[in-house]
Design a protein around this ligand. Structure first.
Ligand code: AMP
Ligand code: MN
Ligand code: MN
Ligand code: MN
Length: 273
């Protein structure tokens, strides 16, 4: 079992890095990567916990990217968390997250939800604030029946609390990851709001810019989706990654740990570390 896409409380997961490693151990995961959104804060704790549990730990990050007015996610695997280039880039992302959160807060306030910004920031432990923290705050304060509903009604693309962000550029995200001697993997290729034609364009640019891999087995994905993603991996000569995108034990559909069996003729990204 392997899992190269996992979130902790350092971004929008609900477990501490140590709790996450513990859950992975219980589920038989042998190699894991912590890949929090735009942030390296949880890596040291996860590394120590993995060491204690005799598991192989891969430091990672999931970088938010703005490409052609759309959002993509690029996972960096086996990164050097001390890389100055990566740290400087992510510091800018943190600033962007704070500024976006203020604007989301203003918009929610004008819709009759005062205190959303300070509430979300507190749930983010004054660190790396995401839309998930707003969703949690809305749910916790009785403004939404569930996080899913908070997204659907207020936070998803095109909804009143949606604020377009200026994340890293696609090439830029790959540059940061390579500067940290990591591998750049396009996350969950079938979960973007874009047509196949646009996705092909994105993959072409990703490859041209030096992108290394693509997620072929994703949490919640089915066999058909794996086949499509395998086809992209072959067509663009990208290595194949597997990751659940686990955030919380409360969501039953993507728990940590994925079998290491990959479709034939693909190069597993973990053989490239
Ligand atoms: P952000 O990067 O701050 O825009 O937040 C994006 C995060 O929100 C994603 O990584 C997901 O964890 C979460 N998310 C996005 N859309 C939904 C949704 N419809 N329902 C639940 N969580 C979502
Ligand atoms: Mn997330
Ligand atoms: Mn993602
Ligand atoms: Mn993720």
């Amino acid at each position: 079992m392997i899992d190269l896409h996992l979130h902790s409380r350092a971004s929008d997961g609900s477990l501490t890095p140590a709790q996450l490693v513990q859950l992975c151990a219980e589920r038989g995961v042998q190699i894991l990567a912590l890949t929090d959104h735009d942030c390296l804060r949880g890596l040291e704790e996860a590394r120590l916990a993995s060491q204690a549990a005799d598991m192989r730990f891969i430091p990672g990050v999931e970088i938010s990217v703005t490409w052609e007015h759309k959002t993509l996610h690029v996972v960096g695997l086996n990164i050097d968390a001390d890389s100055p280039v990566l740290k400087t880039g992510l510091a800018r992302m943190q600033q962007e997250r704070i500024e976006r959160a203020r604007e989301i807060g203003r918009r929610l306030e004008s819709r009759g939800y005062p205190g959303a910004y300070t509430g979300a920031l507190a749930l983010a432990e004054h660190g790396n604030v995401t839309r998930t923290h707003f969703a949690r705050w809305l749910q916790a304060n009785g403004h939404a029946g569930s996080m899913q509903k908070a997204f659907q009604r207020l936070l998803a693309y095109g909804k009143p609390g949606y604020v377009a962000s200026n994340w890293a550029g696609l090439e830029e995200s790959i540059r940061w990851i390579h500067a940290a001697r990591g591998l750049a993997v396009l996350a969950h290729p079938l979960r973007y709001r874009m047509t196949r034609t646009w996705l092909m364009r994105a993959l072409d640019q990703f490859k041209q810019a030096g992108g290394d891999g693509i997620e072929v087995v994703c949490g919640g994905g089915n066999r058909d989706e794996q086949a499509v993603a395998s086809d992209y991996a072959k067509r663009f000569q990208l290595s194949a990654s597997v990751g659940s995108d686990f955030h919380t034990p409360a969501a039953g559909w993507n728990q940590p740990g994925i079998s290491t069996c990959l479709p034939q003729n693909l190069t597993p990204v973990w053989e490239c570390f």
